[in-house]
Design a protein around this ligand. Structure first.
Ligand SMILES: Cc1cc2nc3c(=O)[nH]c(=O)nc-3n(C[C@H](O)[C@H](O)[C@H](O)COP(=O)(O)OP(=O)(O)OC[C@H]3O[C@@H](n4cnc5c(N)ncnc54)[C@H](O)[C@@H]3O)c2cc1C
Length: 469
């Protein structure tokens, strides 16, 4: 019987436990050590106005298989729900306008669609239209997507389209985020031709067409995924069990767990580190110093979500379907709002006559707004929602969730950094890394990283054919 410890009980950690049991079967005993009092990490569901509302991740990309397949595999097939609408708005130039169709994270492939939605001024549009003729070098190495796009497409589309769309995923700054890591679909084309419009057109043409809904959710909230995966994995789960040290032993690993005044030593044959980059770096400081240094360089954005319940009578008829994004240049508190009860039919059924809205606040390096107390954050979100949509306050109920270290920032050079980290870890058999810090921040990417980590630590004694999910 091999003892395997997974450090961190977010989606990556529980998925790693699931895959470990899938491959190792009865030969493997898995323990998940979660530092906080609850499993889930960035997935959490609370009750607001009597209905469940996700305060962290609320949607799973359905055009990648990992998340929906895992949900099915752990018995949640009947709970899968698909977004009723994905039509979102953009608050820009004094009005709520549709997010332009036909872009790759804001990089336009379809200039007519861009013109039609009115998000850019005539000058901004003309600048984008000239882009294919703008001279410039092809992209051999990584660059900041915002800087490159501003040089090629002009600053207006960066400020008003690319920045808010990237912000919706990374809560970061386009001038710092990596082109290779955030829009990997474009990178291969930009090696031959510097035009971003051409690259977006080629990427769109190469993308498989699909009628499948873009997003899936779960009845009663995506927060239910983590406990379901943990249960199905058969792993032993310990919460309030922070791992403070990791040591190599002649036969495997030793972990120091719990408070300094009462440390506990846990022995393991293999370890999957599925916590964010900073604690992972601290754990690896002695075992793999170069890997630890690279991990320490991955910065995180903190953010808060403010969930609000309004009576339907307070809500105008013309709300955009799933919500709207706010470009930072607009100077508002909120960066985005999701109209959860319009997006998810299951929520609308449970909350008839109520609008559930969820606002996001905070960006990398801009923590000042997060210092405000809950009442102040709610008041700010209510004021912004009123200004943008006309929803009349006060809300019936509210909930503020604060996410310190919410989202890793894929800075310029991120992919090279991750390659070095993986090479360094490969020199330590029985050790692997999983989670949002590496190959994608979304739930499916975290699950894919967990599967890879499970394969890596079990490689010496596993049969990959048994990886059924
Ligand atoms: C507000 C918000 C909204 C989001 N929305 C979406 C969305 O709609 N769709 C989507 O796909 N993605 C979304 N994301 C991103 C996605 O939720 C996360 O990237 C993903 O859940 C991260 O999972 P993880 O397991 O890598 O890390 P985490 O969820 O951070 O889990 C890591 C766990 O490790 C624990 N830990 C840390 N240190 C230790 C230690 N030393 N010992 C033991 N345990 C430790 C932590 O307590 C935590 O529980 C969102 C993220 C946020 C913050």
């Amino acid at each position: 019987m091999r003892q395997i410890v997974v450090i961190g009980g977010g989606i990556a950690g529980v998925a790693a436990a699931w895959f470990l049991r899938q491959v190792g079967g009865s030969q493997v005993e898995v323990t998940i050590l979660e530092g906080s009092p609850r499993l889930g990490g960035k997935l959490a569901t609370v009750e607001l106005a009597g209905v469940p509302v996700d305060t962290g991740a609320e949607a799973m990309l359905n055009r990648r298989p990992e998340a929906v397949e895992l949900a099915r595999a752990v018995g949640l097939a009947d709970d899968l729900r698909y977004a009723a609408t994905t039509s979102a708005g953009l608050w820009t130039r004094g009005a709520l306008r549709p997010v332009p169709a036909g872009t790759v994270l804001g990089v336009p492939a379809d200039l007519d669609a861009l013109a039609e939605c009115g998000v850019l001024s005539a000058d901004g549009l003309a600048r984008v239209a000239r882009e294919p003729e703008v001279p410039g070098a092809v992209v051999e190495d990584d660059v900041a997507i915002g800087k490159y796009a501003a040089e090629r497409l002009g600053p207006e589309i960066v400020d008003r389209v690319i920045e808010p769309l990237l912000g919706g995923v990374y809560a970061g700054h386009a001038n710092e985020l990596s082109l290779q890591a955030t829009v990997p679909q474009l990178a291969p084309y930009l090696r031959d031709d510097p035009s971003m419009v051409h690259a977006a057109q080629q990427a769109k043409a190469a993308a498989p067409t699909s009628d499948a809904p873009v997003f899936a959710g779960l009845d009663r909230g995506v927060g239910g995924l983590v406990p379901a995966v943990a249960r199905a994995s058969g792993a032993r789960v310990r919460t309030d069990a922070t791992v403070r040290e990791l040591r190599r032993t002649p036969t495997g690993w030793q972990l120091v767990v719990g408070p300094t005044r009462a440390p506990e030593l846990v022995e393991a044959d293999a370890v999957v580190i599925a916590c964010p980059a900073r604690p992972a770096s601290r754990l690896l400081a002695d075992v793999a110093p170069a890997v630890a240094a690279d991990l320490a360089g991955i910065e995180y954005a903190s953010m808060a979500t403010i969930a609000l319940a309004y009576p339907a009578t307070a809500v105008p008829d013309s709300l955009p379907g799933s919500g709207f994004l706010v470009p930072p240049v607009e100077g508002r508190l909120i960066k985005a709002a999701t109209f959860s009860s319009q997006k998810w039919g299951w929520l609308a059924e449970r909350a008839p006559g109520t609008l559930i809205a969820r606002c996001s606040v905070g960006r990398h390096g801009e923590e000042a707004d997060l210092q405000r107390d809950d009442r102040d954050l709610v008041a700010g979100a209510v004021a912004d929602l009123h200004a943008v949509t006309g929803i009349e306050g006060p809300p019936l109920d509210s909930h503020v969730a604060r996410w310190g270290g919410a989202l890793p920032q894929y800075a310029v050079g991120h992919r090279a950094r991750v390659a070095r980290i993986r090479t360094g870890i490969a020199g330590h058999p029985g050790l692997a890394l999983a989670g949002a810090a590496y190959d994608g921040v979304g739930i499916p990417a975290c699950i894919a990283s967990a599967r890879l980590a499970a394969t890596q630590v079990l490689a010496p004694w596993s049969d990959p054919e048994r990886m059924t999910t």
